[in-house]
Design a protein around this ligand. Structure first.
Ligand SMILES: [Zn+2]
Ligand SMILES: [Zn+2]
Length: 307
């Protein structure tokens, strides 16, 4: 497959979204930019006033962070975006709540952006690719400077039924997430709210930016980044992003035994007690592709059931 081609805006006459000034949100996303600025300002203030959280507040901060991380990788990514397993609805909705509490947005928007990313990886239509707009575009700017992904086109399965509720609940859940710590005092307000949300945001954004800064192989830039797992405090498995692009039809992201994938271990535990079904595992072809990817060789990405 050939390298991604660039088309100069001078040739097309169009201004590409990443060519806009970084401080200018796209129409309808001023609120997203305001939210990002607000949580960063609060987090910096909190770190100046209360640099040490103390054991009790540290534990209380990590618990929703951990649950939210599981919600994003197991429910948003592996269950809803790629349909690589079926989850018990109570477990699914509980984890959706925690993913939203961690700032991952509503299921429909997350899944629409993600399916678009897989379908158009590293092309100009891939709105979160550093290959197009550079690191900061892929990391943060696309969140408020790209037009929303069309949910009716990319995830018609998530714009109806109970999933719509979560779209309406997004702002109230985020407000609760940002402020609930105040019940335990100002130190808890900053640590359980803005500091946790900012850390969680960057750990998720690194999956969009960092894991697509690899060399171009097979027309795309995805790479595995082993140290991103520990940096995310609990290695969800999202750092094995190269594996994922080549095994998008599998619920398991860490293919080798040493590739820690807590999301996968959690799915296995749920499956053992009957709360997860129809779990798709990497087949022999996927393992071969993963090895080729590790070796820097050529292998075609495998489409997911939902893409
Ligand atoms: Zn994916
Ligand atoms: Zn990717």
């Amino acid at each position: 497959m050939s390298e991604v081609m660039y088309t100069s805006p001078a040739v097309t006459g169009h201004v590409r979204p990443w060519d806009r000034p970084f401080w200018k949100p796209v129409s309808g996303k001023a609120g997203v930019m305001l939210y990002l600025v607000l949580i960063h300002l609060l987090a910096i203030t909190g770190l100046i006033l209360y640099p040490i959280p103390g054991w009790r507040i540290a534990i209380l901060t990590v618990v929703p962070f951990f649950l939210g991380g599981l919600g994003t990788t197991v429910v948003y990514h592996r269950t809803l975006a790629h349909r690589t397993l079926r989850l018990n609805k109570v477990v699914e909705n509980l984890l959706i709540f925690w993913a939203m509490f961690n700032g991952s947005g509503a299921p429909a928007s997350w899944v629409a952006y993600h399916r678009l990313h897989h379908a158009r990886t590293d092309t100009p239509e891939d709105i979160s690719s550093p290959r197009q707009g550079g690191f900061w575009w892929a990391h943060l700017r696309w969140l408020y400077q790209s037009a929303p992904a069309n949910t009716k086109k990319w995830c018609p399965d998530l714009v109806r039924g109970g999933y719509r509720f979560w779209t309406y609940a997004e702002v109230p859940v985020l407000l609760l997430s940002l402020t609930f710590g105040l019940a335990l005092g100002w130190r808890a307000f900053f640590w359980l709210g803005a500091i946790r949300l900012v850390y969680s945001l960057h750990m998720q954004c690194l999956v969009n930016s960092l894991t697509h800064l690899g060399p171009i192989r097979d027309g795309e830039t995805s790479q595995n980044v082993w140290w991103l797992g520990p940096l995310q405090l609990a290695a969800w498995g999202e750092n094995w992003h190269r594996n994922h692009h080549f095994n998008a039809g599998s619920a398991r992201l860490g293919v080798q035994w040493w590739q820690t994938d807590i999301g996968w271990y959690f799915i296995c535990a749920l499956e053992a007690v009957g709360l997860a079904k129809k779990v798709r595992r990497p087949g022999p072809r996927a393992r071969k592709s993963e090895q080729a990817a590790e070796d820097g060789g050529s292998a075609s990405p495998e489409p997911s059931p939902a893409s």
